[in-house]
Design a protein around this ligand. Sequence first.
Ligand SMILES: CC(C)(COP(=O)(O)OP(=O)(O)OC[C@H]1O[C@@H](n2cnc3c(N)ncnc32)[C@H](O)[C@@H]1OP(=O)(O)O)[C@@H](O)C(=O)NCCC(=O)NCCS
Length: 198
Amino acid sequence: MPYSVADCGLPHQLDDFHELENFDCGRNFMTSFLQKKAKAYWKQRLCVTHVFTPLDNPSFVAGYFTLSADSIQIDISMGKTERRVKTKRLGMPHEKRLLHTYPAVKLGMLAKNTAFVEKGFGRDMIKAIKSIVLNDSGIYCCRYIIIDAINDPGIIKFYLDNGFEFLYESEEDEKVAMNDPDELTTRYMLYNLGAITD
Ligand SMILES: CC(C)(COP(=O)(O)OP(=O)(O)OC[C@H]1O[C@@H](n2cnc3c(N)ncnc32)[C@H](O)[C@@H]1OP(=O)(O)O)[C@@H](O)C(=O)NCCC(=O)NCCS
């Protein structure tokens, strides 16, 4: 019987007792990141890796994700009007559209163990991640979850279906902003955690 996120409970930080050799997400660099690099990245404080493990099999990794502190940076060489137009996409009120940076957390990797988990596992991992980041926002304030989504129609659809939006309206805009005329291998996307309204 394949696992769901509900079978796993809250994610845990990657530890030595987690078995990594049976993990396969179908995308080599992400499988290999978990198996060979994740601990070294943590030691250098570059990102933290969390794993979903079934309550009845706690060493088995059903899915993983990485988080790190980041920000959305605004090109301050743009004129004020252009900056206000760009930052309107961030859902900021008019008076907050001229900041240089906006606090964010980067979802660097997100992957499930292909053979052993149910459909909907990805969606449920995203739900759990949103709630973790929102809960921690009282410690280090953060407004957005950002990702460099692999520029593949299925992956982009997955993030759009889960409430993420493009930071740049079009691929052309993104190429200009990145100063890179080549085909984009990733798209910059964000999830807006929203303002505090009470
Ligand atoms: C991305 C990932 C975590 C999604 O998990 P999941 O359990 O498949 O996601 P869900 O079941 O919640 O959603 C599935 C939907 O996502 C989309 N999708 C996700 N990955 C896809 C892929 N590789 N190709 C095509 N569509 C994909 C499909 O639109 C699918 O929609 P459907 O139900 O209409 O078929 C998982 O596919 C994975 O681990 N992929 C390998 C690693 C990876 O590419 N991570 C993303 C890096 S940006």
